[in-house]
Design a protein around this ligand. Structure first.
Ligand SMILES: *[C@@H]1O[C@H](CO)[C@@H](O)[C@H](O)[C@H]1NC(C)=O
Ligand SMILES: *[C@@H]1O[C@H](CO)[C@@H](O)[C@H](O)[C@H]1NC(C)=O
Ligand SMILES: *[C@@H]1O[C@H](CO)[C@@H](O)[C@H](O)[C@H]1NC(C)=O
Ligand SMILES: *[C@@H]1O[C@H](CO)[C@@H](O)[C@H](O)[C@H]1NC(C)=O
Length: 474
């Protein structure tokens, strides 16, 4: 499981005297006893007077609208924390304007009339967009606002969503040479001071609050000695808030991995089924495919090695050079490649995770992974992870064996029996709904089909219940 084997934490307790262990156990047993005896009894004078009107548990009235994970309250933040950022869309990223990608509630511009529509089944052209990962904060916010499990009454909420577009806020300063550390953190500091004054924040100290981030966790973890990024995720004021993020820090339990957005944003379960059928039945002439930009300047770059493997495999492999943002601007090339391949290679890039993993899975190609942190230690709410399940929807290849020349990609993949490949593809295709951000309205996709945001709401419901012991007795 994630976070269980941090190397620098290996072993500490082993050599401590036994007495300490006994004392610790006794202490917790006593705590448990005290908790059991006093649970339910109002503890005199405990909750701060300012928040005494705030109920500790969400009020559960008759119509819960089938929201098993509970209901979500979406904060109405001052616009400086979200809407104002959208209006600066041409100045948020260095290489290109985000404006087209933030259109249509963050889904981007429609596939209709673009090259992307050329590779889609006709009835699904309206379900695809040119989407960008940085729009995720906006996508999640919009979808939660119209979600059937949203409540406008905080007293009924199980979880509280803070729609601060932190990735957009920090992104505009990441490349600006004249930006200071204080510039990168200014909005985050202001947001926390606003939030800490809210009664429902005070009730739980943030333990039932969450935020979504469209940039990787490392963009918000600047070391105290300076360096890359903002420091939002290491600010003490954010300590108790759950961060749903496209790449998590595997050693921070407050980070929860969520899918990168792909271009697929269907409205109904029927639309999803049409796509599932399409992905399941495509001819796949290529054994494997790789879309990536090699960093030729880096000696021993793993992506260059994979490109070499691809070339050596000849017709069995398809490659796409993603240099110059090609795979973002021309997503149809990526989807076409993956729809025609049985496997797709997913090495780490500049960070451990990539949008490409989700393009690959949505296309029904089986991902080939080389780092556990690229998926298994990331997306536990979304994909089955852990040693028991490797091989169900993915293939893991030991990168050192590959580097040593002991195995080849083609050799490993060609040795997997066709029946097993089909089984993996079937499993993947079943997983598609949970990996996508639907454009469904209040009723959701329908037929009980869950998308990535539905999974998020249920996940937060479970998490808040688990974490309640961190605060409900304060
Ligand atoms: C669409 O495809 C055509 C033919 O492959 C290509 O010439 C053109 O540049 C593409 N347009 C865009 C916007 O990518
Ligand atoms: C950095 O420079 C740009 C352009 O010269 C300017 O618009 C911006 O306000 C400056 N930012 C800061 C934080 O000084
Ligand atoms: C986090 O929660 C703990 C109690 O579990 C509380 O003491 C602390 O003040 C909280 N931190 C913030 C920033 O709210
Ligand atoms: C590669 O194979 C050799 C010979 O069997 C073995 O000694 C070596 O440990 C292998 N390398 C890796 C990284 O597994």
């Amino acid at each position: 499981m994630a976070g269980m084997y941090r190397p620098d934490q290996a072993n500490p307790a082993g050599r401590r005297p036994r007495l300490v262990v006994i004392l610790v156990v006794a202490f917790f047993a006593l705590q448990l006893l005290v908790f059991r005896v006093f649970r339910g009894a109002p503890s005199p004078g405990a909750p701060a007077a300012a928040v005494s009107h705030v109920p500790v548990l969400p009020r559960r009235d008759a119509d819960d609208s089938g929201c098993g994970g509970g209901q979500v309250y979406v904060y109405d933040l001052p616009p400086v924390f979200n809407e104002d950022l959208l209006s600066q869309c041409d100045a948020l990223a260095p290489m290109y304007s985000l404006c087209p990608y933030l259109a249509n509630d963050g889904l981007g511009f429609p596939a209709k009339g673009t090259n992307l529509s050329g590779i889609l089944p006709a009835e699904l052209v309206g379900s695809w967009y040119s989407s960008d990962q940085f729009a995720l904060e906006h996508i999640v916010h919009r979808r939660l606002l119209s979600h059937r499990c949203r409540t406008t009454d905080p007293a009924r909420a199980t979880a509280f969503f803070v729609p601060f577009y932190a990735g957009l806020a920090v992104g505009r300063h990441l490349w600006a040479t004249n930006a200071t550390d204080a510039d990168r953190d200014k909005d985050c500091v202001a947001l926390l001071s606003w939030l800490h004054a809210q009664p429902y924040y005070k009730r739980s100290h943030g333990w039932d609050h969450f935020i979504a981030l469209g940039r990787i966790t490392w963009d918000f973890r600047r070391s105290p000695d300076g360096g890359w990024g903002g420091s939002f995720l290491i600010m003490p004021g954010l300590a108790n808030i759950t961060r749903l993020v496209i790449e998590r820090d595997p050693w921070d339990a407050m980070d929860v991995g969520i899918p990168y957005p792909t271009g697929f944003h269907p409205r109904t379960a029927d639309d999803v089924r049409v796509w599932q059928q399409y992905a399941a039945s495509r001819p796949r002439p290529k054994l494997f495919a790789f879309a990536g930009a090699p960093r030729s300047a880096i000696k021993g770059d793993f992506r260059a090695l994979l490109l070499g493997e691809c070339q050596a495999a000849g017709d069995a492999c398809g490659a796409l050079d993603c240099g110059e943002g090609r795979c973002i601007k021309q997503n149809e090339l990526v989807m076409q490649l993956f729809l025609g391949a049985r496997f797709c290679l997913q090495p780490r890039g500049d960070s451990f995770t990539r949008r490409s993993l989700f393009d690959c899975m949505v296309a029904g190609a089986v991902p080939v992974l080389f780092w556990r942190r690229s998926a298994y230690l990331q997306y536990a709410w979304y994909v089955q992870v852990g040693n028991d399940h490797e091989g169900e929807w993915s293939v893991f290849i030991d990168r050192d064996e590959l580097r040593a020349g002991n195995v080849t990609i083609r050799g490993v993949l060609a040795a997997i029996p066709e029946a097993q490949v089909q089984q993996m593809r079937k499993r993947l295709v079943e997983m598609i709904p949970k990996l996508i951000y639907s454009a469904a309205g209040k009723e959701g996709l329908g037929d009980g089909m869950m998308d990535a945001v539905d999974v998020m709401i249920n996940g937060m419901g479970r998490r808040v219940a688990e974490q309640r012991r961190s605060w409900s007795r304060l």
